[in-house]
Design a binder for this molecule. Structure first.
Ligand code: PA5
Length: 488
């Protein structure tokens, strides 16, 4: 059973002038047609997909043989080692964490029977906090731990530092052959991690084994590529995830707006943003296990659509496109994503949602069937005899009502249950919706130049060779000012 999408509370029929009207839809129809045609034209040409970063659309259609190799490798690692430690950040981490929380049992790492023979899985290299990494390494047995390092560029500071630390930790315990306990997922050709893999392979083919990232797939769109080994290690059936994604791809390829959930999601959010000043996008699953999926979505939306420039498209005689920043066409926009979870955050952010600044659109994820059920015991109490699943669904309905009652927009994604199929579909829905919104807004959804600022500053201060003169100049000309007057 597929996902359902309920957009009723985005429309003026339900929430008055704050909502989207028929006129709003009529006004955007031409843009939707144009965006649909351009999106499909890019997808139709492999070279465009690869060069522009849209090859992620093909991930659910990967060869079954490759899948079975990865599934087998994951099983072997899981059977041989007690723990697997994944190192990576951003798109090289968030999808994996989302998958683990959604698809493995809650408390998976804490209780052996829940792992059903698969390894415990930890994540590091997603911060520079010395506390978490040192505590973890003090408590894991290096001889029983396998490390998977994920970095497309191979240059990311957090991941690189964590690899250097964990390598030394492994080497001290395991000896010279420690590299046999490391696998790298990185670019097939370029970057320092790829070079390292090749260097280590020459010395020992079992050391630093690797899996390639596919060309034209950016980090935040790559869970169905770089996350596959992780899915295999925790025992998820990858084909079911792909089946969900494939079905969603076909639903989200319909040209007709009201048949295409991704298009409608993008269109309604764009109208509410541009015409009704709803600049915050709150994703609120009513499920503890989907909170990390909401965190994954934050990166997807923020890095894809928070952009300074519109896109300038040029097309050559062969139909190959190039996208450049249109420096004459400033955008400086992008909805700000926030993740929350029901019912937990009803006792925090919900106050602001209902009475605070009226600048938000809330997307609920409503789960209709849970893997476990609890009935509240007792008698003579309004809670006695109630099922938890009924209570959480009622809380979601109540939250939806509380917002609609004050004419504030929301929509709901209804998941029949959280499983490999529906989670694959959910991920792909958000990717398609984000990509289409990029088309509507005419921005490049596949780069993240704004992230470079902090990296450049750190590289400059760390003395990295090759930092561009313009970066050094900018830092010298506009250093951080620390006036003691304002430091209390
Ligand atoms: O979406 C992206 O491409 C980025 O957020 C990257 O995933 C993130 O910066 C990590 O990069 P890398 O995989 O090169 O270490």
């Amino acid at each position: 059973m597929g996902l359902k999408f309920d957009f009723n509370n985005m429309f003026s029929a339900n929430i008055g002038p704050a909502g989207v009207s028929d006129t709003d839809i009529a006004e955007i129809t031409q843009d939707v047609k144009k965006a649909d045609q351009h999106f499909k034209a890019v997808l139709a040409k492999e070279e465009n997909r690869v060069n522009l970063g849209l090859e992620w659309t093909q991930l659910p259609f990967q060869d079954k043989q490759i899948l079975s190799i990865i599934q087998k490798l994951g099983k072997q690692i899981s059977e041989k080692f007690e723990n697997v430690l994944f190192l990576g950040i951003g798109g090289s981490y968030l999808g994996l964490k989302a998958a683990q929380d959604a698809l493995a049992a809650p408390y998976y790492n804490e209780f052996k029977p829940l792992r059903k023979g698969f390894a415990s899985v930890y994540f590091e290299g997603n911060n520079l906090d010395p506390d978490t990494l040192s505590v973890l390494l003090k408590n894991l047995n290096p001889k029983r731990t396998f490390i998977v390092v994920i970095s497309k560029s191979g240059e990311t500071t957090e991941t690189k530092a964590a690899l250097m630390v964990t390598e030394q930790w492994l080497k001290q315990a395991v000896g010279q052959k420690y590299g046999r306990q490391i696998l790298a997922i990185t670019d097939p050709e370029s970057g320092s991690l790829r070079k390292r893999v090749e260097f280590e392979h020459k010395k020992d083919p079992l050391s630093f084994r690797s899996l390639p990232l596919l060309k034209g797939v950016g980090g935040r769109f790559s869970e169905l590529n770089m996350g596959l080994l992780h899915l295999a290690i925790i025992g998820v059936d990858i084909e079911k995830v792909f089946a969900g994604a494939k079905d969603m791809f076909s639903r989200c390829s319909q040209a007709e707006l009201f048949n295409n959930p991704a298009y409608l999601y993008a269109v309604l959010h764009t109208i509410l943003y541009r015409k009704k000043a709803k600049s915050l996008a709150l994703l609120m699953p009513f499920s503890e296990t989907l909170k990390s999926t909401a965190d994954w979505y934050i990166q997807l939306l923020a890095e894809s659509l928070g952009k300074k420039y519109h896109r300038k498209i040029t097309v050559d005689a062969q139909g190959l496109e190039s996208w450049l920043n249109d420096k004459d066409n400033i955008f400086v926009m992008g909805r700000t994503p926030i993740s929350a979870r029901g019912t937990n955050d009803l006792h925090s952010i919900q106050q602001n949602n209902v009475e605070g600044e009226d600048n938000k659109v809330i997307t609920f994820i409503r789960v209709e069937k849970f893997n476990n059920e609890i009935k509240v015991p007792g008698e003579n109490d309004l809670l006695a005899g109630r099922k938890y699943s009924d209570l959480i669904m009622l809380a979601q309905e109540a939250t939806e009502w509380a917002l609609a009652n004050v004419n504030r927009p929301s929509c709901s994604i209804i998941m029949p249950e959280v499983n490999a199929y529906s989670w694959g579909a959910l991920l792909f829905f958000f990717e398609m919706a984000t990509a289409f919104e990029g088309e509507l807004l005419n921005v490049n959804a596949y780069n993240q130049p704004g992230v470079e600022g902090y990296k450049n500053y750190m590289y400059y201060r760390l003395g990295k060779p090759g930092v561009a003169a313009s970066v050094a100049e900018a830092i010298k000309n506009k250093p951080l000012v620390k006036n003691p007057k304002f430091i209390l």
